[in-house]
Design a protein around this ligand. Structure first.
Ligand code: ZN
Length: 420
């Protein structure tokens, strides 16, 4: 076994340059929501070239909309295919493993605030820059090259390895739900989100709330305007902020160490057609966080109850109430026991490869790993390279950490699935 491991590590080192180039190719696809087909075809070709059993398919809403974890989204999935490649074990005596990474990336924001080409995958020192580099194409490349090294070393695994490249992680997670529905579950799932080589043991709940705020259009000569939809929206946003602070006063034990674990982000707002005309409507969408242990229904109830109180206090909105709609991600919080076989094995492999103890982490965000433990009773976590600025300008991944992570994946696959 020791010799086999050494062989695989050598293969990873030898193909490191190729792995970096593959990551650059992935980052150069601007795979924002609805634009993932190019990168998915590229990954599919790679998996075919590696001789895996490859399946490319679309998300079929009618097949998944009754499943737990489904998010009621509003966008079109016909242009966002999923790709699965299976390295089949000749004997299937061991445990199988899913490695699941997403290829969808969030938008750039205002491009001129980037100091690097967001789609250039430029390398400077130890860093590769670009949207999607750390979130999470480096992880996707690392999981593929870990499997490739095992193949190149001539090793036969005792269990199947199932590579999944999914979309919609940023918007809901329905790509992963579709893979699970199609039967690609494995006996455990590792998601290579780039969380600084820490082992994820907890994530928060997330829902998106769209608020449509009414107002009355008027000419400035009408005098003091108390019905401007934009002002009404600002009032409601302050109401949401109050709830956010209230929720942060209580600390869930899993994130007692975090300064501000519950986060509301107003990510989108639109109103108005003309500077001298009060807008008749303002629409804004808020990402709302909540603690694990709270159900989605409980979270919704609490928010609506709080906002009903806020609306009642407003002279115009109390008679002209805003509309609240839940759109996009419906994600429950998820706590993972670090003492399960799966996580203990990952910690052991991390120690063997890096020579240091793995830290665990709680994220107020979430990831696609959650479906496995929450709804299928299967172990899962996230572990991936170090990087910075996800969902911000000048996103980057650290290449030495990516190389080390590729080795951790390869060794973890060999230990979890077993070697024949
Ligand atoms: Zn991600």
């Amino acid at each position: 076994m020791e010799k086999a491991i050494q062989n695989v590590m050598k293969k990873i080192d030898e193909s490191w340059e190729e792995e970096v180039q593959f990551t650059q190719a992935l980052v150069r696809f601007p795979s924002t929501q609805g634009n993932e087909e190019g990168v998915q075809r590229y990954i599919k070709n790679k998996l075919v070239e590696m001789g895996l059993k490859v399946d490319m398919f679309d998300i079929n809403i009618s097949k998944i909309n009754k499943l737990p974890g489904y998010s009621p989204t509003e966008w079109d999935y016909s242009v966002s295919p999923q790709v699965v490649g299976v390295l089949e074990s000749p004997q299937k005596k061991g445990r199988s493993l899913v490695l699941n990474g997403h290829v969808d990336v969030v938008p750039l924001g205002t491009e001129r605030y980037w100091t690097r080409d967001p789609w250039g995958a430029e390398i400077e020192g130890d860093r590769m820059y670009g949207r999607g580099s750390t979130d999470m194409k480096a992880g996707v490349a690392a999981m593929i090259y870990a499997v490739k090294a095992i193949q190149q070393a001539g090793i036969k695994l005792a269990g199947d390895v199932i590579l999944q490249a999914v979309t919609d992680e940023e918007g809901g997670g329905n790509g992963a739900v579709a893979c699970l529905e199609r039967g690609y579950r494995g006996d455990g799932c590792l998601v290579p989100e780039t969380f600084g080589q820490k082992i994820l043991v907890g994530t928060g709940g997330i829902i998106w709330l769209r608020t449509v705020v009414p107002g009355i259009p008027s000419h400035p000569m009408a005098g003091l305007q108390r019905t401007n939809a934009f002002d009404n929206a600002l009032y409601l946003i302050q109401g949401l902020r109050k709830l956010e602070e209230e929720m942060n006063l209580v600390r869930h034990p899993s994130c007692a160490h975090l300064e501000h674990p519950i986060n509301f982000t107003v990510g989108r707002i639109a109103a108005g057609d003309w500077p001298a005309m009060a807008p008749d409507q303002c629409v804004f969408t808020t990402r709302v966080g909540f603690y694990p242990g709270t159900t989605i229904e409980e979270a919704k109830e609490r928010i609506l109850e709080h906002m009903a109180g806020v609306v009642r206090e407003h002279p115009y909105l109390k008679d002209n109430p805003p509309e609240f709609t839940w759109t996009g991600i419906h994600c429950e919080g998820c706590l993972i026991d670090p003492e399960t076989d799966f996580l203990r094995l990952l910690a052991k492999v991390h120690r063997e490869i890096t020579g240091s103890e793995a830290e665990t982490m709680y994220s107020p965000g979430s990831a696609d790993h959650r479906f496995w433990p929450l709804y299928y009773g299967l172990p899962a976590t996230c572990y991936g390279p170090n990087g910075g600025n996800p969902h911000a300008h000048d996103e980057y991944v650290e290449l030495p950490s990516m190389l080390e992570t590729t080795k951790v994946y390869a060794r973890f696959i060999m230990d979890w699935c077993g070697v024949l």
